[in-house]
Design a protein around this ligand. Structure first.
Ligand code: ADP
Ligand code: F6P
Length: 332
């Protein structure tokens, strides 16, 4: 293998830059040419390529986002779109591909392997941490710390006004980010799509907290909870508002709802995400050089390993029930 490409796709995540930097520098170290592909799969289809050198990835390890830019590219989901991508990769002489992104992006990588016959390695990069087979995805740790910072700030104003806050966190359909920040942030209640909950029980708890002298309540709701609890119908966008309204009615507490939104995706990556991105990027290049394909790099028991990409994509990551129980005990 002489030339490889690297792209970032789907929702950006802090630490992606560290991973790109590692792919580029590891590749160059082993004598490979490395091509940076702009805007995810859109850049493959439009041949938006840039030859990488050592300096191309200088001064990016500390930055959030992705300097290669990202995209959600519908055209790559079509055979015609992929045929254009294949032609461009052949013309450029790209013999292996590293894809950094979430489950959708890694599905794209699986197709590059199976349909286009070009070895591709996936690196899990998403704040949602919703990929099976890896304890952590790149960006998750930074996003957890961003959410915690927001909870701390909200708690200040909540206490001053003796208010109950409903905070909606990201995670797409999964509750990992919400559960772990609820645990670390000392939330009174954590509502995630994977677990049933009883709104009356939660309201009783919030009332009890005030009776015990507490001056605020924090309820975390994952964006993946998609039911309007006023009507028991699917919610158009956010459930946090209907949950907030019910809590206000049932507890009589002054209640505010806040959607943290995309600020959870930004910011300088933590040391953990920089190191994770660096380790995963290097391993992805090594795998290509070892002649591997259709693999996802993963982090397990503090080791960087590789797993079969198709198998990972067929699995659903489960909530750690011990941690969920702990979060319930500590907020009881
Ligand atoms: P994420 O990677 O963050 O989960 P998406 O699910 O939006 O984000 O996927 C990102 C991109 O990956 C899509 O816009 C598309 O270009 C590509 N992709 C997703 N699913 C597929 C698929 N089944 N086949 C081919 N490409 C896909
Ligand atoms: O997958 C990362 C993520 O931030 C999810 O948590 C969220 O549901 C989604 O992307 C938002 O996507 P967009 O940036 O397209 O609004």
């Amino acid at each position: 293998m002489k030339k490889i490409g690297v792209l970032t796709s789907g929702g950006d995540a802090p630490g992606m830059n560290a991973a790109i930097r590692s792919v580029v520098r590891t590749g160059l170290y082993y004598g490979l040419e490395v091509i940076g592909i702009k805007r995810g799969y859109a850049g493959l289809i439009e041949a938006d390529f840039e030859q990488m050198n050592r300096n191309s990835v200088s001064d990016i390890i500390q930055r959030g986002g992705t300097f290669l830019l990202s995209a959600r590219c519908e055209e790559f989901k079509t055979k015609e779109g992929r045929a254009k991508a294949f032609k461009n990769m052949q013309q450029e002489g790209i013999e292996g591909l590293v894809v950094i992104g979430g489950d959708g992006s890694l599905r794209g990588a699986e197709i590059v392997n199976k349909e286009l016959g070009i070895p591709a390695i996936g690196i899990p990069g998403t704040i949602d941490n919703d990929l099976a087979g890896t304890d952590y995805t790149i960006g998750y740790d930074t996003a957890m710390n961003t959410v915690l910072d927001a909870i701390n700030k909200i708690r200040d104003t909540a206490t001053s006004h003796k208010r109950t806050f409903i905070i909606e966190t990201m995670g797409r359909l999964a509750g990992f980010l919400t559960m772990m920040t609820g645990l670390a942030g000392g939330a009174e209640a954590i509502i995630i799509p994977e677990m049933d909950f009883d709104i009356d029980e939660i309201c009783q708890k919030l009332i009890k907290r005030y009776k015990m002298g507490k001056l605020h309540n924090i309820v975390l709701v994952a964006e993946g909870v998609k039911e309007d609890f006023r009507t028991n119908q699917p919610a158009h966008d956010s459930s946090a508002f209907s949950i907030g309204q019910i809590i206000a009615e049932k507890t009589g507490q002054e209640t505010r709802v806040i959607i943290l939104g995309h600020l959870q995706r930004g910011g300088s990556p933590t040391a953990f995400d920089r190191i994770l991105g660096s380790r995963m990027g290097a391993r992805a290049v090594e795998l290509l050089m070892e002649g591997e394909s259709n693999k996802m790099v993963a982090f397990s028991d503090n080791k960087i390993i590789s797993r079969d990409l198709s198998k990972i994509l067929s699995m659903k990551k489960e909530i750690d029930m011990d941690l969920y129980k702990l979060s319930q005990i500590l907020s009881s």
